[in-house]
Design a protein around this ligand. Structure first.
Ligand SMILES: CC(C)(COP(=O)(O)OP(=O)(O)OC[C@H]1O[C@@H](n2cnc3c(N)ncnc32)[C@H](O)[C@@H]1OP(=O)(O)O)[C@@H](O)C(=O)NCCC(=O)NCCS
Length: 256
């Protein structure tokens, strides 16, 4: 659908394009985003959030990554995460999303996600007890098991956190720190807890972009446009299954 070049992108233009891409009412979608990729959006991040909530409807669920992990996190530098106010580094849309009424953020000290919708609470519950950040007990994998999608708005596969889920399930040798870390998590009631968890090792450069063509070719991903932004809609479970199989045969498939 064309975008008015003078007035910018509106919700009425985003919603039908999300639907045309394959998002329907009742769907669950994890959204990685760049607001500026659209060009000018009337109403900014809130317009995009409204469009995502509209497209998925009251029975649907929207998740955004609200990541806080840093390269230096480790036993000598344990992360301290306060779910109420630790800022994320994943952009304006997740930052605004966290302020929405009913938005609930998971308690993971490095890889929290924030959700609104029918199954948001079930997806994020207990993330802080997931032994690895994106593993079998994380919202990333649970979303996949529920038939959910990953939506990349104006960003590439390098932003696709769920690729780490495949790395964690396949137990690739380079991805996790060898020892668990006593992380500090401060919950919604202000209670401070110690969560002993395995954290990512940031040392190995990846080439996640290499899966882009394959996902398209396999019919696991569809591509669309809204304004100046390219959108990628990926079926999460088929992507994970494809990657786990690849990584079991070739553990360094995603490494540079
Ligand atoms: C880093 C990243 C967020 C930067 O994208 P971005 O579009 O430059 O930034 P945001 O999405 O935060 O949007 C804010 C920008 O949008 C622009 N903007 C502001 N209002 C706007 C509007 N109404 N319409 C369109 N763009 C607008 C501005 O350039 C603003 O930047 P500024 O705050 O420096 O002025 C993005 O590239 C990215 O990586 N996103 C994915 C993150 C992720 O999920 N990572 C997972 C890693 S495993």
């Amino acid at each position: 659908m064309p975008v008015n070049p003078i007035h910018g992108v509106t919700k009425d233009e985003i919603v039908p394009n999300l639907k045309a891409l394959g998002i329907g009412e009742g769907d669950s979608v994890l959204v990685h985003s760049s607001l500026s990729s659209f060009g000018y959006v009337v109403g900014g991040a809130d317009t995009v959030i409204d469009a995502l909530l509209d497209a998925t409807g009251p029975e649907g669920t929207v998740l955004v990554p609200t990541l806080t992990g840093r390269r230096e996190d480790g036993p000598n530098n344990p992360p301290v995460f306060d779910v109420r106010n630790t800022p994320c580094w994943t952009g304006r849309i997740p930052t605004q999303f966290m302020k929405r009424p009913g938005a609930r953020r998971s308690l993971h000290p490095t890889h929290s996600v924030c959700g609104i919708g029918a199954i948001a609470a079930a997806l994020i519950e207990g993330h802080e007890r997931s032994l690895t950040p994106c593993g079998a007990q994380s919202p990333y994998y649970r979303l996949a098991q529920k038939g959910g999608f990953i939506l990349l708005i104006g960003v590439g596969q390098a932003s696709n956190t769920t690729i780490h889920t495949a790395e964690e399930l396949a137990e690739v040798p380079y991805h996790m720190q060898k020892e668990p870390v006593n992380t500090i998590v401060i919950d919604y009631e202000g209670k401070r807890r110690v969560e002993r968890l395995y954290l990512h090792d940031w040392g190995t450069p990846r080439r996640f972009e290499r899966i882009d063509e394959e996902l398209l070719h396999l019919g696991i991903m569809r591509i669309g446009k809204v304004g100046a932004s390219t959108l990628r809609l990926i079926s999460s479970l088929p992507m994970i299954e494809f990657l786990v199989e690849k990584l079991r045969k070739e553990p360094r498939y995603l490494c540079r």
